[in-house]
Design a protein around this ligand. Structure first.
Ligand SMILES: [Zn+2]
Length: 246
């Protein structure tokens, strides 16, 4: 392969590796993904339970506040009983007192129900927290391991970035512009390998390894003999011939 083409192949490889390294740095490595998912799921469950406990506690406080306000009201009405001037006023006052007492009873039921919910959810929360401990500490160990690996990945990304700069300078600007433009709208892949279609007799047939479009035999020959820069007639990726494995 002529130098220009092999430089582009190398450039694409480095760009792919850099992308993988950057994705890794922004996420979770494969080896701890499963534990990470399990940890996140259990943690979300615990957070939801804690919210349930807090909500029930809030409902209990609200009901208790209402009860206390209503008791003040009843007390106030009872103080007024001695000041009523007639039967009608007396009747009205008694009605107010009965109404308030009924409301108190309703809020008392609510307060008890909220308290029961709170206790029940607290119990489950404690159980969940207890069983989460083991997973959480295993997760902490793996996270620490990953944190310790991160600088190496970051360093590798740094090395790749400077290598990419050197390689870019070695590619003629016009070709580089084309390559980078194709890369931009082809999910980062500006190159495609040529695939020979295996069949019986007859002349050989080649396809673009990325889009499957037929590659002209002249283009294949030109790449093989002079390493010239040829692009796929369909997807416009720069074509190359993969080195024989091994
Ligand atoms: Zn193609």
């Amino acid at each position: 392969m002529a130098e220009q083409l092999s430089t582009i192949v190398e450039l694409q490889q480095d760009l792919n590796e850099l992308r993988a390294a950057e994705e890794l740095l922004g996420g979770i490595p494969d080896w701890m993904q499963e534990l990470h998912d399990e940890h996140s799921e259990q943690k979300a469950g615990i957070d939801a339970l804690a919210a349930e406990v807090e909500e029930a506690a809030q409902a209990n406080r609200t009901a208790e506040t209402e009860i206390s306000d209503l008791r003040d009201k009843v007390k106030h009405f009872q103080e007024q009983i001695g000041m009523v001037r007639n039967q009608r006023e007396y009747g009205a006052l008694l009605q107010e007192i009965d109404g308030a007492k009924q409301q108190i009873s309703t809020f008392e039921d609510q307060a008890i129900a909220a308290l029961e919910t709170q206790e029940e959810a607290s119990g489950r929360l404690e159980e969940e927290q207890e069983s989460f401990k083991d997973l959480d500490s295993r997760y902490a160990v793996e996270l620490e391991k990953w944190e310790a690996q991160k600088p190496d990945v970051a360093k590798k990304a740094e090395v790749l970035r400077s290598r990419i700069e050197v390689l870019r300078e070695r590619v003629p600007p016009q070709i580089l512009t084309h390559f980078e433009r194709v890369m931009a709208y082809r999910d980062g892949q500006g190159l495609a390998s040529i695939q020979e279609v295996v069949r019986g007799k007859g002349p050989k047939i080649w396809h673009c390894g990325a889009c499957n479009y037929r590659v002209r035999p002249q283009a294949v020959v030109a790449i093989q003999t002079t390493g010239s820069i040829e692009m796929c007639d369909s997807c416009k990726r720069i074509l190359y011939i993969e080195e024989e494995a091994g």
